[in-house]
Design a protein. Structure first.
Length: 101
C-alpha cells in the first residue's frame, strides 16, 4: 500500500499520452461551456442565434457542445456577431503574438 504520493507514483505511473488526451478533452469541454455561457448571458436561445446566423438550430447545437474544435473560422465569426460580439484570432509563437483575424 502506498504511504505517500511518491509511493503512489511508483506504483501507478502517469501515462503522458493519456494525460495529454484527458487535458485536451477538458479544454474542449471548457470552450464549449464558454460558448453556451456567452449565449445564455445574452439571454438568447439557440434558435435565436441560428436565426441571426442564417443557419438551422442544429448548426448551433453542433457548435456549443464541442463542435468548436471543428468549426470553420467563418462560422465562429458569424456566431460571435450573432451575440453582438466579434471574433479575434491570434497566433502565439516564440513569445510573439500575431493577430490574424
Amino acid at each position: 500500500m502506498a504511504e505517500n504520493l511518491n509511493d503512489l507514483d511508483r506504483l501507478r505511473p502517469v501515462d503522458p499520452t493519456a494525460l495529454a488526451e484527458a487535458t485536451e478533452a477538458l479544454h474542449q469541454r471548457e470552450r464549449s461551456w464558454q460558448f453556451r455561457e456567452l449565449r445564455t448571458r445574452t439571454q438568447l436561445t439557440q434558435a435565436e442565434i441560428a436565426e441571426r446566423m442564417h443557419v438551422g438550430q442544429n448548426r448551433v447545437l453542433q457548435i456549443e457542445p464541442g463542435g468548436v474544435e471543428h468549426a470553420r473560422s467563418e462560422t465562429l465569426r458569424t456566431y460571435a456577431e450573432a451575440l453582438g460580439g466579434e471574433l479575434n484570432v491570434e497566433i502565439k509563437a516564440e513569445n510573439h503574438s500575431y493577430h490574424v483575424a
